[in-house]
Design a protein around this ligand. Structure first.
Ligand SMILES: Cc1cc2nc3c(=O)[nH]c(=O)nc-3n(C[C@H](O)[C@H](O)[C@H](O)COP(=O)(O)OP(=O)(O)OC[C@H]3O[C@@H](n4cnc5c(N)ncnc54)[C@H](O)[C@@H]3O)c2cc1C
Length: 439
């Protein structure tokens, strides 16, 4: 006996996972995707793009029974490797011994989720672009002229969601969007001619350069996918680099140790797209028999590596609420949006802040000293002090709680770091009295 009919817009990462969880709960689920089947289309121009998958995402994938399968194709990254302008390296662990984030192929993960959805009996319909929604009858109208109704409809159709576009036309719907002044471009670092990784695969590599940065995550085929986060306009920007010679010159002086491993740089810099980075906040996420989830509800910039993880956590929370409410209903949807909205806002703010940390602060002596002191505090009082990065990445604290605790901890650290001679004397700090300031 079906528990009801569900339509989900978007067979991206979040929509596909949600479809599996709802199917497992006994719903009759149809997943509508604008694009053609990516398993036949062969990826984005053959480029491999990867993402950092961490605790929140893994716990949701576990619910769907696919955590172990995914982890087999992940590369663990226990820390960041900082490259300075002279090519010196500094490895900074992300957390404690044994903690790591995972580099995973976006395409591979999405394909696996779609295949799993089909195996569970989800009806996946490609080439279905939703262009309008009726909230009460949960009806989606598609570009091909079809209109399909359900008991509930979910918009998992990403940062430019069609369900959200329909909501924007309704009364008292709050909406804001903000682009940052930097965009990004992906560049490939292939395996060496000997078939090895060009750099240590056990790290997320960062070349922090103040106003901009280059990062690189490893792929299973021993290549790295590099991403240049760079201003659109200005003295040093996408606009100011005009010729292949400009690119080569810029990389030679700014990222000298990366340049030898970027054989296609001159072509890729001009052929690969330059993409923008948006933060979207909106509310309510629920209207009548429809609801937003994932990037459709909270698109964030990628600097905490949490967009997908946050969307997967939405699915996890949704599933938990089904335990409590037994079935999808108005009370359950209300509780979902009230629980998740503060967390969506919190991770959006954290992600914007982390751009500054990644491109700038990771190379700063005070930042490194803070990391050492926080590590000690966490060793001595693991239940009371956890660095913000660890709360976000390795714990299940709500994002809103992590940001509140993180702010409190940062105020204490700012005072400690302002003490004269702290660089030389930090090991002699009275850690008990620091902890007592938390209360
Ligand atoms: C450069 C970059 C790096 C990132 N790195 C990380 C990272 O390391 N870790 C992390 O956790 N997150 C990362 N993210 C964020 C992550 O990519 C997103 O949060 C995640 O993809 C959101 O999943 P989603 O399913 O909600 O949306 P999407 O992945 O955008 O999927 C939406 C789906 O809906 C479909 N669709 C759109 N419109 C319609 C329509 N009208 N009708 C039907 N279907 C439609 C789309 O084709 C797509 O398949 C990164 C993002 C960027 C840009």
């Amino acid at each position: 006996m079906s528990k009801g009919k569900i339509s989900i817009l978007g067979a991206g990462l979040v929509g596909s996972l949600l479809s599996i969880l709802l199917k497992k709960r006994g719903y009759d689920v149809t997943l509508f995707e604008r694009r053609s089947d990516m398993r036949k289309a062969g990826g984005i121009g053959g480029r491999s793009i990867n993402l950092a998958l961490s605790q929140r995402g893994l716990k949701a994938l576990d619910l769907a029974g696919i955590k172990d399968t995914i982890q087999e194709s992940c590369i663990p990254m226990p820390g960041r490797m900082i490259h300075d302008q002279q090519g010196n390296l500094d490895f900074q662990p992300y957390g404690k011994e044994g903690q790591y984030i995972n580099s995973v192929s976006r395409g591979g993960l999405n394909e696996l989720l779609i295949s799993q959805a089909e195996e569970h009996g989800v009806d996946v319909r490609f080439d279905h672009k939703c262009i309008d929604v009726d909230f009460g009858s949960a009806t989606a109208t598609f570009e091909n002229g079809q209109s399909i109704s359900a008991d509930y409809l979910f918009g998992a159709d990403g940062a430019f969601s069609s369900l959200r576009a329909a909501l924007q036309k309704t009364d008292r719907f709050d909406y804001s969007q903000m682009y940052i002044s930097a965009g990004y471009k992906e560049l490939s670092m292939p395996a060496t001619p000997e078939g090895d990784f060009a750099m240590d695969p056990g790290a997320l590599h960062i070349w922090p350069r103040g106003e901009f940065m280059l990062i690189a995550l490893p792929n299973l085929d021993k290549s790295f996918t590099c991403t240049l986060f760079f201003p659109f306009e200005g003295e040093t920007s996408f606009a100011s680099i005009k010729t292949p010679e400009d690119v080569a010159q810029f990389f030679a002086t700014t990222f000298p140790d990366a340049l030898p491993f970027l054989p296609h740089l001159k072509e890729e810099f001009f052929e690969n797209p330059t993409s923008s980075l948006i933060t979207v906040k909106c509310y309510p996420w629920v209207k009548e028999n429809t609801a937003l989830i994932g990037d459709a509800a909270h698109a964030i910039v990628p600097f905490y590596g949490q967009g997908m993880n946050a969307g997967f956590e939405d699915c996890y929370v949704f599933d938990q609420l089904l335990d409590k409410h037994d079935s999808i209903n108005a009370d359950m949807l209300e509780e979902y949006q009230q629980l998740r909205k503060p967390d969506g806002d919190a991770i959006a703010d954290l992600a914007l802040y982390n751009f500054i940390e990644m491109r700038d602060k990771v190379a700063d002596d005070k930042f490194l000293l803070q990391k050492k002191i926080e590590k000690k505090l966490n060793q001595l009082y693991p239940d009371q002090w956890m660095p913000l990065y660890s709360m976000v990445t390795f714990s299940n604290y709500r994002y809103s709680e992590a940001i509140a605790r993180g702010n409190k901890q940062q105020a204490i650290m700012d005072e400690v770091l302002s003490r004269p001679g702290i660089e030389a004397n930090w090991e002699g700090l009275d850690f008990d009295s620091i902890i007592s300031k938390l209360n």
